[in-house]
Design a protein around this ligand. Structure first.
Ligand code: AMP
Ligand code: GLY
Length: 442
């Protein structure tokens, strides 16, 4: 493949090029980061992305097929003789896109539907952790609003309500009082604010501590964890404002110490993979562990069945391996032969969002300054919501760009990222100015 942008290219061992064609499914900053990483593989000749975005379109061919159009995606993969399809997003995974591809003999990376339930149902994942003694918050599951409300009468507060199914990352309510919690049960279970995701409800103990994300590659039996990262979910500085899809990330997390890692390797990671296997739900793909480091030790807050967005944007630039090799090992069940390695540096991603996000915002504003990144070493702009209109790059979503920079350590990566943020602009753009600030307390 050609140039993959401003980050230095990792040097891979020479091997025979296999002229692979790769299809990536999704359209956000995460998929841009995956495409960027795939583009560096000497084995890859062509990259397609469905549906993609304008930034992805600079390194891949975007195809106008939606991520939930499973048959059309598989038709396309067959027609183009795609060698490998990588599913970036949660909805198609939970909906069973991998089973559709597999049934047609197409090579695809991601968990099958019966394993993607690890993300698709909070009740399932909580029951799994309880059954296999994986440390998590205490909880109860409810199918019925009256029973949930009765339980809230005698609970301690704050308390956490979680809609069982996928709810665009918005199905978690942290309630300070009984009244708030009662209103939350009504919203989720009676008013069906998140649709069928609210058929069941998990009510969970509120935990406090630092949050850290650990992504991992899994081949059904072996797990290889990647370097740690931390997201910033709230819209505004100081963790104020509404929850968003993620306003920025840094990697590694200085709070993810060797001691925390040793604990999780022993009590969380391999145990989760083994538990899925024991349940007849062999997991192949990415498991994203959302951890909280409490006073009593690490606890699992949630599992996701795919790369995080914007965690992928700071983890993949630090990965030394050829991602194609690692993904193929996951599919083939040979991950035990892979030595997964990350550079001894740091990465920070600052999201530039549209004014008004995450509530309501306008689209179509021209983005200025992207040309400044063309020859800027150690910097890259991953596109989330962008579109080309008459040759101009314009905003097309709530999260628009992820300005990402490497550095020797977290402080310099953060300084580099915020220098780079000054180079690009569009009407109404806003960003948090404290991404990675927590490292000052480490
Ligand atoms: P989730 O979608 O499960 O990751 O939840 C979204 C966010 O809600 C997490 O990143 C945490 O910040 C918060 N959260 C979820 N569960 C709990 C909990 N049991 N205690 C405290 N905060 C939580
Ligand atoms: N950044 C959190 C997520 O991808 O779910």
């Amino acid at each position: 493949m050609g140039s993959a942008g401003g980050f230095p290219k990792a040097s891979f061992t020479e091997r025979q090029s296999t002229d692979m064609k790769v299809l990536i499914v999704g359209s956000g900053g995460r998929e841009h980061a995956i495409a960027w990483k795939v583009a560096q593989s000497p084995r890859v000749e062509e990259i397609y992305c469905a549906p993609g975005n304008a930034g992805i379109g600079q390194i891949a061919t975007c195809v106008p097929i939606g991520a939930m159009e499973f048959d059309r995606l598989a038709d396309f993969a067959e027609e183009k003789a795609i060698d490998l399809t990588i599913i970036g997003m949660d909805d198609p995974l939970v909906g069973g896109v991998v089973d559709v591809f597999a049934a047609r003999g197409l090579r695809v990376f991601g968990p099958r539907k019966n394993a993607a339930i690890l993300e698709g149902s909070k009740a399932f994942s909580k029951d799994l952790m309880k059954k296999y003694d994986i440390p998590t918050a205490a909880y109860e599951t409810f199918d019925d609003a009256d029973a949930a409300m009765a339980y809230l009468e005698t609970s301690d507060y704050p308390i956490v309500l979680k809609a069982d199914g996928l709810a665009l990352g918005k199905g978690v309510l942290i309630c300070q009082t009984k009244e708030e919690a009662m209103a939350g049960v009504k919203e989720i279970m009676l008013d069906r604010k998140f649709g069928a995701a609210g058929n069941r409800l998990v009510i969970e103990e509120f935990l406090t501590g630092r949050e850290v994300s650990v992504l991992s590659f899994v081949d059904g039996k072996t797990i290889r964890t990647m370097t740690s990262a931390q997201d910033h979910k709230r819209a505004l500085d100081g963790d104020q404002g509404l929850n968003t899809g993620g306003m920025g990330t840094f990697s590694p997390s200085p709070f993810y110490t060797e001691e925390v890692d040793a604990f999780c390797q022993k009590y969380v990671y391999q145990k989760s993979v083994d538990a899925m296997r024991a349940e007849g739900r062999e997991f192949k793909g990415i498991i994203f562990f959302g951890l909280i480091l409490t006073e009593k030790g690490p606890r699992v807050l949630e599992y996701n069945a795919r790369f995080g967005d914007p965690e992928a944007q700071v983890v993949l630039p630090r990965m030394k391996n050829d991602i194609i090799e690692v993904i193929e090992a996951c599919i083939d069940g040979t991950l035990d032969t892979i030595d997964l390695q990350f550079a001894d540096n740091a990465c920070v991603c600052v999201v530039l969002a549209s004014g008004g996000y995450p509530v309501s915002y306008q689209k179509g504003f021209e983005i200025h300054g992207l040309e400044n990144f063309e020859n800027r070493e150690g910097c890259y702009v991953f596109h989330a919501g962008t579109k080309l209109v008459d040759g101009k790059m314009v905003t097309n979503g709530g999260r628009v760009l992820g300005v990402t920079a490497l550095g020797d350590d977290l402080k310099s990566a953060r300084a580099n990222a915020y220098e780079a943020v000054k180079l690009v602009d569009f009407e109404g753009a806003y960003h948090r100015s404290d991404i990675g600030k927590a490292i000052d307390e480490a």
